[in-house]
Ligand binder design. Structure first.
Ligand SMILES: C[S@@+](CC[C@H](N)C(=O)[O-])C[C@H]1O[C@@H](n2cnc3c(N)ncnc32)[C@H](O)[C@@H]1O
Length: 225
C-alpha cells in the first residue's frame, strides 16, 4: 500500500523529518505510512479518538506491512503518549479550536516540533505558539477545497524572528512567512476577505477590525518592505 497524499498532506509530509513522529487524529494513517516509506521518520505512533477511524488506521497499517514501525493507539490528543516519547507530531484536517484544545491539554507530552494543518484561520495557533515558546519556522498555503495553511512550530527561546518586519495583526491572521512569500493563493484569500467583509464592517463590529487586517495584509503584499 502506497497511499497518494493530497496537496495539503504532501506539504505536511515535506515539513517532517524525525526519529519518532506521532500523527494525532490520523484517521486513514496515510501520512505516517508515507513518512515511513520515504524514510522521513524511523518510527511512528498513530493516535485516534474515534472507533471508526481507529479501525481504519489499524487496517491500513496492517495492509502496508509496517506494523513493526507504526503503533496505533486509541485516545485523546497526546494522552496516549509518554513525555519525551516522540520528537515530532502532526495534527491535520481539524478545526483550529480542536487543535489548540489538544495542544493546551498536552502539557509535558508536547514534543519540540509540531506540524499543524488546520481547516480554518490559524490565528489562534500562531497566538498559542507565541505564548508557549514555539517559533513559527515554516508555513505553506496549499490548494484544495479551501486554501489550507500548514504551520511548522519548533520549541525555541527568545522572541520569534518570523514576525520581524511584518505588520503584526496581518501576520497573525495570514502568516508572517506567507505574507513575505506573497503568491496568488494568499492574495486571493485576502481579496476574498476584503469582498466579504466590506459590507459587514461597521464601527465596533468584529468585521471592521478584520477588514482593517485584510487591508493591512494587501498593502504589505503590494509593497513588501
Ligand atoms: C477530518 S479527520 C483528518 C484525518 C487526517 N489527519 C487528515 O488530515 O486527512 C480528523 C480526525 O481526527 C480525529 N480526532 C479528532 N479529535 C481528536 C482528538 N482529540 N484526539 C485524537 N483524534 C482526534 C477524528 O476522529 C478524525 O479521525
Amino acid at each position: 500500500m502506497h497511499p497518494v497524499l493530497d496537496a495539503r498532506l504532501q506539504a505536511v509530509l515535506e515539513l517532517i523529518q524525525a526519529e519518532v513522529h506521532a500523527d494525532i487524529g490520523s484517521d486513514h494513517a496515510h501520512l505516517p505510512i508515507r513518512l515511513l516509506r520515504e524514510g522521513r521518520v524511523r518510527r511512528a505512533v498513530v493516535v485516534e479518538l474515534h472507533p471508526g477511524p481507529l479501525a481504519q488506521a489499524r487496517r491500513h497499517v496492517v495492509r502496508s506491512g509496517l506494523e513493526g514501525k507504526v503503533e496505533v493507539r486509541e485516545g485523546n490528543g497526546f494522552a496516549p503518549l509518554h513525555p519525551g516519547e516522540v520528537d515530532s507530531a502532526s495534527l491535520t484536517g481539524m478545526g483550529t479550536g480542536t487543535i489548540v484544545g489538544v495542544l493546551e491539554r498536552a502539557g509535558k507530552r508536547l514534543p519540540p516540533t509540531l506540524v499543524l494543518q488546520p481547516n480554518d484561520s490559524p490565528r489562534s495557533i500562531r497566538q498559542w505558539a507565541l505564548r508557549h515558546g514555539y517559533h513559527l519556522t515554516a508555513e505553506r498555503l496549499t490548494p484544495g477545497y479551501w486554501a489550507y495553511p500548514v504551520l511548522k512550530l519548533e520549541r525555541r527561546t527568545g522572541s520569534d524572528p518570523a514576525y520581524g518586519g511584518v505588520p503584526e495583526r496581518a501576520a497573525l491572521r495570514y502568516g508572517p512567512h506567507l505574507l513575505r512569500q506573497g503568491g496568488a493563493l494568499l492574495r486571493g484569500q485576502v481579496q476574498d476577505d476584503l469582498v466579504r467583509l466590506t459590507p459587514l464592517a461597521a464601527p465596533g463590529r468584529n468585521a471592521e477590525s478584520e477588514l482593517a487586517t485584510a487591508q493591512e495584509a494587501l498593502a504589505f503584499l503590494d509593497n513588501p518592505t
